[in-house]
Write a new protein. Structure first.
Length: 282
């Protein structure tokens, strides 16, 4: 019995040590990436980076103001299209589900979440770029919205299902119909969790590069509409990183730092939403 307890303690201590090492590696990896980006890109992050257009190779200075605006444009378009569709799909799955159709929708959403983003980019290129005969912000926004829809649908469903059944029954007992119950009781109870899922979904698509390479191409100047090729930060990072110019490399590091900072801010915002009462009433 003593030897058995000793082996059990050894195993527990080993698993505790292993878990601690893995946790340390996880945290240290993030800080290593941040430190590397700050070291290489911090020197190029200045006011010009946010206000000026890129310069020709060999010229010092310039910025990526057009890419920052273009990224905001395409993510905003994807958000306007993807979030409402994903939200109502999640409401249907959580509140009106039978067996066959909800299973098909869930399975499809999970498959879409697992499809490589480059495949979605090829699909958007086929149905938008080829018929229009040119690249455009519209095609890029559509590609990113296709990635956002399943993320939003599954997270919305998850948080709606966590609302206690008693709240549904109480609203129906008071005479509210199904849609009024959903709109005035269930969704408000889960709203902060739903908002968190939406924020993380938008953060997820904001750094995607492959779909934009097939749909928006690039633009060294300002874009004036959704039907034109437009610069974005992920694509500019790729193009500048593979170019044989040292100043472009510094710009790529700076763009990576800015993009990672935006994603971190989105995650912090999601955590703040959770900490301010996203828990559901019991």
């Amino acid at each position: 019995m003593t030897s058995r307890n000793h082996r059990r303690n050894l195993i527990n201590n080993f698993m505790l040590t292993l878990s601690g090492v893995c946790a340390f590696l996880t945290v240290s990896t993030l800080f290593l990436i941040l430190a590397y980006l700050v070291y290489n890109g911090g020197k190029s992050v200045n006011l010009d980076f946010f206000t000026k257009l890129p310069l020709a190779p060999g010229q010092e200075g310039g910025g990526m103001a057009n890419a920052i605006l273009g990224s905001a444009q395409v993510v905003l378009f994807a958000t306007i299209v993807g979030l409402p569709i994903g939200f109502f799909a999640g409401v249907y799955l959580a509140e009106f589900g039978g067996k066959t159709l909800p299973f098909i929708i869930r399975y499809t959403a999970d498959l879409l979440n697992g499809i490589p983003s480059i495949v979605i980019g090829i699909f958007a290129w086929t149905i938008v770029v080829v018929p229009m005969h040119h690249f455009s912000a519209l095609a890029g926004g559509l590609a990113l919205s296709l990635m956002l829809i399943p993320i939003t649908a599954r997270s919305t469903e998850q948080f709606l299902l966590e609302v206690p059944r008693a709240m549904r029954e109480g609203a129906l007992a008071l005479g509210a119909n199904k849609w009024r119950t959903i709109a005035s009781v269930i969704v408000p109870a889960a709203r902060k969790g739903i908002m968190t899922g939406m924020i993380l979904g938008v953060a997820r698509i904001s750094g995607e590069t492959a779909p934009l390479l097939f749909t928006r191409l690039n633009n060294q100047f300002w874009s004036t509409g959704l039907s034109e090729p437009t610069a974005t930060l992920p694509v500019m990072i790729f193009l500048h990183a593979v170019a044989p110019y040292e100043d472009w490399h510094r710009q790529a590091w700076a763009a990576g730092l800015v993009l990672l900072g935006l994603v971190l801010l989105a995650n912090i915002a999601a955590r703040m939403v959770i900490s301010r009462g996203a828990s559901l009433p019991k």
